[in-house]
Design a protein around this ligand. Structure first.
Ligand code: NAD
Length: 470
């Protein structure tokens, strides 16, 4: 470990200054591997949130006018700084979130890549000129930054879920207020410090960790905020959309999914097993081969559970007590519905929030565990007998984020991929996250896309200018 946690900022960052909350409150951040307190972070009040919005609105005046090339160079500097500080950031992610350090390192690369990608996109803001149907007129379409953006992030990717929003917002010319998840606030605060070092002017990036729900509600109700970009659960996304409706604010919502993983009998089973493992065991595996189930269960039971800081660890603790409880409840309900535990099925060492890698089979197609999002190392397996049945099962949920298909017949895999009601599909691969690709879901998995060509559009508004002459 390289990080000295006492050097990580633990205050609010507003207008380029680190400050305590105006009401003096703090909250603690815990290490899920040993339940010890890592530090105390200042908690923003409603007044702090509103001040951050005013400061961001003031900073917007010059930031939006800054040459796109100059904004791009600051983003590029942020990418370089993240690479210099990769060990510190990875340490913070392991300490707060619990994931194994190798996964934390991979997350920092992924997170930093958004700064590099959007540094390149900042100089490609779209526009269009067309000839009007009548003579003597031109239609000019230009893109303008929406304004002050409120960015709300979850805990599961403490660095990447912040950079995936901040990078396109800054590239587009917006200024931002970040509300990180409380249990991973230190990573977010560290990244804000890096952005300041990279040359982001005062007031362009502000961060307001808080445990007070009224802060976001007040910002949406009446403040200069013009758009809210949220990643988190569908329930909270719906709540924020209701709060945003009175001011008709733009909403970008990256919400929950349940990622069906479909393995056909003609698949390369070893590749499918490896993909399912890479896809981090979060998925509802639907397999039509017993061979897949057996090999997958074997690999799951071989995984080493432990503190993410231990280089031998392959699965860390869950991020919190409530996450652990949620997994226990889901597995318990599936078992009482008739599911069989092939491997795992219990807590690990009580020193932290550990849960054993678990595979369930004999899962009934209407079991709650297939409807809900599983945030833990648990894979329920459902058998199917035709491709149509697999698609029907996968589509029988209200969410549609990502999905995976494995088949030796590319045409068959593509037919299934196109029939799935989701925003993203991995064909013969367990990884589809890529800063160059549009990430997002359909149905109750959200609105809008992050990353790729689409990411910056979430922070741009189209203005049309009609030019007439005689
Ligand atoms: P969550 O919805 O509980 O919280 C997300 C964020 O919203 C946190 O910062 C939290 O503090 C804040 N929040 C919670 N209640 C709030 C309220 N009433 N008002 C304002 N802010 C509030 O989700 P989580 O448990 O932190 O994260 C896990 C969720 O994120 C999962 O559902 C997962 O699928 C989703 N997620 C989605 C994507 C995607 O791109 N679609 C990516 C990662 C995670």
């Amino acid at each position: 470990m390289t990080i000295d946690i006492s050097t990580v900022p633990a205050q609010l960052f507003i207008g380029g200054a680190w400050v305590d909350g105006s009401e003096g409150g703090t909250f603690s951040v815990e290490n899920p591997a040993n339940k010890q307190t890592l530090g105390h972070v200042a908690s923003a009040s409603v007044a702090d949130g509103l001040r951050a919005a005013d400061v961001a609105a003031h900073a917007l005046v010059s930031w939006r006018k800054l040459a796109p090339r100059a904004r791009a160079e600051i983003l590029r500097a942020a990418f370089e700084l993240m690479m210099v500080k990769i060990d510190d950031i990875a340490d913070l992610i392991v300490l707060e979130n619990g994931k194994p350090r190798s996964e934390a390192i991979a997350e920092v690369h992924y997170a930093a890549e958004f700064f590099r990608w959007f540094a390149e996109e900042a100089v490609r803001i779209p526009g269009y000129i067309s000839t009007a149907p009548v003579t003597g007129r031109r239609i000019i379409e230009t893109s303008e930054p929406i304004g002050v953006a409120l960015l709300i992030a979850p805990w599961n990717l403490p660095a990447a879920m912040i950079t995936r929003k901040v990078a396109p917002a800054l590239a587009a010319g917006c200024t931002v207020i970040i509300k990180p998840a409380g249990n991973t606030a230190l990573t977010a605060l560290y990244l804000c410090d890096l952005l300041a070092q990279a040359g982001v002017p005062d007031g362009v990036v502000n961060i307001i960790p808080t445990t007070n729900r009224e802060v976001v509600a007040a910002l949406l109700k009446s403040s200069p905020v013009q758009t809210v970009s949220f990643t988190g659960s569908t329930r909270v996304g719906q709540l924020l959309m209701r709060q945003a409706v009175d001011r008709v604010l733009r909403c970008s919502m990256e919400l929950g999914g349940n990622a069906p993983f479909i393995v056909c009998e003609d698949a390369d089973i070893d590749l499918a097993v490896d993909s399912a493992m890479i896809a981090k065991m979060r998925h509802n595996a639907e397999a039509c081969t017993a061979e897949f189930s057996t090999k997958f269960a074997q690999k799951m039971s071989d995984l080493r559970l432990g503190d993410g800081m231990d280089a031998r660890t392959q699965v860390g603790p869950l991020a919190s007590q409530s996450a652990l409880q949620g997994i226990e409840d889901l597995v318990g309900a599936a078992r009482s519905d008739g599911a069989r535990v092939v491997t795992g099925g219990d807590r690990g060492d009580d020193a932290g929030y550990y849960y054993q890698p678990t595979v369930l089979d004999n899962v009934s197609p209407d079991a709650a565990i297939l409807q809900e999002e599983i945030f833990g190392p648990v894979a329920p397996i459902v058998e199917f007998s035709s491709d149509d049945e697999a698609v029907l099962l996968a589509n029988a949920v209200e969410v549609g984020l990502g999905s995976y298909v494995h088949s030796g017949d590319l045409g068959r895999a593509m037919r299934i991929a196109e029939a799935l009601e989701v925003g993203m599909v991995g064909v013969n691969t367990g990884i589809f996250s890529d800063p160059a690709a549009p990430f997002g879901g359909v149905k109750q998995s959200g609105l809008g896309r992050e990353g790729g060509r689409h990411g910056m559009l979430e922070f741009l508004e189209t203005k049309y200018i009609n030019v007439a002459w005689s």
